[in-house]
Design a protein around this ligand. Structure first.
Ligand code: SF4
Length: 266
């Protein structure tokens, strides 16, 4: 499907949960978050229905996000169900890596082609502070497990304040070079103020060439991360929601007062 700016929308990012096992300061508010109720969260069958309709409309690339997708119960079953959908050429995942060492082999076996893992610093204390308690060694173990499982490429999402010359970013770069990993620099974003930039080493934030739609964990199709528009598949119907999102996709992002990063998966 094409939008009104002749952009081919072939990429669907799916947030499978709003839950996470970390509390990153630039994603989760200090006061905590109100979680979606179980009945709000899409079932695997509903997610597959959306993906099958999206494939009929031209989507061939799917990314699984969260929150943290690996905390969703039965996530390996969902990966297997998605990998079985005819027409998906590229199935990937974005994870914080904390549980990855337990899942890497199965993710590969079930159909994950490539993976993005968040890592903003190599300093264990800074990591623990940034994530409000995370253990960096678990992430490193997960990265190496993904590499040993043969998942390729492995991309490291490194969030930066202003520049990739920042000390933490330089150290993460060295780590990536030493381990055959691709680094992407994600400038800190602010949904409310609409502050964002093009991902260095990736294609996020490049509105002119944007090819993506998003499915939130509670069943909203969003044409743009930095926009309030969303279309409820449970109220409108799947095809209607997808087509409405495509036809009303904005030329570029502005701001998003509805969502938080933890329930839209970036
Ligand atoms: S801000 Fe919106 S249009 Fe721009 S790249 Fe992101 S999702 Fe696409």
């Amino acid at each position: 499907m094409l939008d009104n700016y002749n952009r081919r929308l072939n990429y669907l990012r799916i947030s499978v949960t709003d839950r996470c096992n970390l509390r990153c300061s630039y994603c989760m508010p200090e006061e905590g978050i109100k979680m979606l109720s179980h009945s709000d969260i899409l079932t695997f069958e509903e997610i597959i229905d959306v993906v099958m309709e999206a494939v009929n409309l031209g989507v061939d690339k799917v990314r699984i996000t969260g929150g943290e997708p690996l905390v969703r119960k039965g996530i390996l079953n969902l990966v297997e169900m998605l990998a079985a959908v005819d027409g998906i050429k590229d199935l990937s995942m974005t994870t914080n890596g904390i549980l990855l060492s337990e899942f890497a082999n199965d993710l590969k076996a079930k159909g994950i082609n490539r993976i993005n893992i968040s890592l903003d610093t190599l300093d264990p204390e800074k990591f623990s502070t940034m994530t409000r308690g995370g253990d960096i060694e678990m992430v490193k173990k997960g990265i190496l497990a993904a590499r040993e499982a043969g998942i390729h490429p492995i991309k490291i999402n490194c969030v930066i304040d202003k520049s990739k010359e920042e000390t933490d970013a330089l150290q993460v770069k060295d780590y990536c070079d030493a381990n055959g990993l691709n680094i992407r620099y994600i400038h800190k974003m602010d949904l409310k103020t609409g502050h964002f930039a093009i991902v260095e080493g990736g294609d996020g934030g490049d509105c002119k060439n944007c090819n993506r739609l998003r499915l939130t964990a509670d069943g909203k199709i969003k044409p743009c991360l930095f926009n309030n528009l969303e279309f409820d598949i449970r109220n409108m119907g799947i095809k209607e929601a997808l087509l409405a999102a495509a036809s009303l996709k904005p030329e570029c992002g502005s701001f998003n007062g509805n969502n938080h990063f933890h329930n839209i998966g970036g």
